[in-house]
Design a protein around this ligand. Structure first.
Ligand SMILES: *[C@@H]1O[C@H](CO)[C@@H](O)[C@H](O)[C@H]1NC(C)=O
Ligand SMILES: *[C@@H]1O[C@H](CO)[C@@H](O)[C@H](O)[C@H]1NC(C)=O
Ligand SMILES: [Zn+2]
Length: 331
């Protein structure tokens, strides 16, 4: 018997984002194979050049090491062992964030680039309204990239995945929370794409699913920056995409940047139990605007983290699941 969820479980986005070398962000491959057509919109930029890390306050957390999880639980164990994503030791911790009563789990391979502290800090900065859709988090070594298992919401981060990548992957987990009807397959999203003249960046042009995740990252930036786009980007050419997102309950700033994962919005979040104590100070705050781009000066400045990305190669291993995806995505 061929069940819907079993073939969704084989479906991944594999994405190479950026790698940091000294002060520079060097060009790294984006990898994606989903069997969906690329978009024909104009791209606003080769990649994202903004830093969301400082703009997002982290939720504090307590950690409980889980030593027995590898033998009893599949999600991390599946990727641990000879020939798997993690061939070294795997450390597993359960996390209780101050804004959620449901536990999260991070599995970190001992050869991962991100320390456990870094990974926990970045997860803690994913706004609670979005974080509650994430399954387990796997932190691994290698070239910087990430992918999300759309059925489980599990996210695998390799290398040194930056904050925009964490938000991007979490947005996939949100998009596919109801796997049979992802937001990115909806008629209104595709109508919005057809009415707009641009997408966020080159990576968004991969297909409507990536356009959704990148627009989600952009929208979260805009919400935090009092309605301003990141320097160098415009909202007017993608106003229909942004309007679509802002109609979704997820982007209600009170909840998205609030203090609890107990949000009764029928969006099928994975973590829905509120924390024992609500921190009344964890409320939505906008942050100061980033300085405008000074293109040539900015590019010459090694402290200016400009990111590039371009599609270089495809990962053929997911061809079959790509076909399945198109079979189930009814527009
Ligand atoms: C990750 O660690 C490996 C091994 O130490 C190193 O070669 C690589 O450059 C690191 N990658 C990043 C993105 O830091
Ligand atoms: C946003 O969420 C808050 C808190 O749940 C709620 O009071 C408010 O009505 C919501 N706003 C909209 C536009 O739904
Ligand atoms: Zn993606």
């Amino acid at each position: 018997m061929f069940s819907f969820s079993s073939f969704l479980a084989t479906l991944f986005f594999l994405e190479f984002l950026t790698a940091a070398l000294g002060h520079f962000q060097l060009p790294i491959q984006h990898v994606l194979e989903l069997g969906l057509p690329p978009l024909t919109l104009r791209s606003q930029a080769t990649g994202f050049n903004f830093d969301l890390e400082k703009a997002l306050p982290p939720a504090s957390s307590t950690r409980t090491p889980l030593r027995s999880v590898l033998s009893t639980d599949g999600s991390c164990a599946t990727f641990h062992g000879p020939g798997k994503e993690c061939t070294a030791n795997m450390e597993v911790v359960s996390l209780l964030f101050e804004d959620c009563g449901s536990q999260f789990r991070v599995c970190r391979c001992s050869d991962a680039n991100m320390t456990l502290d870094t990974a926990v800090d970045r997860l803690a900065r994913v706004p609670i309204g979005l974080r509650r859709f994430i399954g387990d988090v796997m932190v691994l070594g290698g070239v910087t990239h990430a992918y999300t298992d759309l059925a489980s919401g599990d996210i695998h981060f390799f290398g040194d995945a930056q904050m925009d990548t964490w938000i991007h992957e979490a947005s996939h987990a949100f998009d596919f929370a109801l796997p049979k009807s992802p937001h990115s397959s909806s008629v209104p999203w595709n109508t919005a794409l057809s009415r707009d003249s641009c997408a966020t960046d080159d990576y968004a042009l991969s297909n409507r699913v990536e356009a959704f995740a990148q627009a989600s990252v952009m929208n979260i930036y805009i919400l935090l920056h009092s309605g301003h786009t990141p320097p160098g980007f415009q909202s007017s050419c993608m106003s229909n995409q942004l309007a679509f997102l802002n109609e979704l309950q997820l982007y209600n700033v009170t909840r998205l940047f609030g203090n609890t994962c107990a949000i009764n919005d029928l969006l099928h979040a994975r973590r829905v139990q509120g924390p024992a104590v609500l921190d009344a100070t964890r409320t939505f705050q906008t942050v100061p605007l980033d300085p405008p781009l000074r293109t040539s000066a900015a590019l010459a400045n090694p402290l200016f983290n400009f990111r590039y990305g371009k599609s270089i190669w495809k990962w053929s291993g997911v061809m079959l699941s790509s076909f399945m995806f198109t079979a189930v995505c009814i527009l």
